[in-house]
Write a protein that binds this ligand. Sequence first.
Ligand code: TYD
Length: 208
Amino acid sequence: MTRGRFITLEGGEGAGKSTQRAALATALRAGGLEVVETREPGGSDGAEAIRDLLLTGGADRWSPRAEALLFAAARADHLERTIRPALDRGAWVLSDRFLDSSRAYQGAGELTDADILALHRIGSADFFPDRTLVLMLPETEAEARAKARDGESTDRIGGRDRAFHRRVADVFARLANEEPARVRAIDASGEAGLVTARLLDALADLLP
Ligand code: TYD
């Protein structure tokens, strides 16, 4: 039995990650793979409970350090309870967000990228995806899509200001440049089917 592959989808709000996760899963299943779809924060009972703590409440509910630790704790549980067991039985796992979201959202302010990676070593023993697909969309298009989806009801983190989301986008672009073997920037504009084809292309070398 060969181990499955762990694929993560990343990007800012409104980039189309959940739509593309579903489309990618359908395409991979059609090729005969078992696919488990999951998301962060969440993806296991414990991590879903932590998700509520993270995404609801006032903007200042958590300090930056407490917030980063909660994401790392949720990730540790998600990995142990959901991701590893699926990979071990040969399934592919597609996760809507993972570690790189913490690097982008928590690692470019009071905490550094090195801090987030240190938390990942402690929480998740340095477990990295086999491939990370970053959906890239021009800012105006991403804002319009996020607004169409969420209206004015954004969550604690999604509702932060434009400068914050710009910084997040910059980190994702930097990760794609610095870790090209793992992280691929994918153009998320245009018709959904075209984007799915681009994503499949970026996984071609991993397919059995
Ligand atoms: P979600 O409703 O899943 O938003 P989206 O559809 O944009 O993925 O909410 C997840 C929010 O949590 C999103 O604003 C990004 C944020 N987040 C972090 O700040 N750090 C993390 O490590 C993760 C996984 C998510």
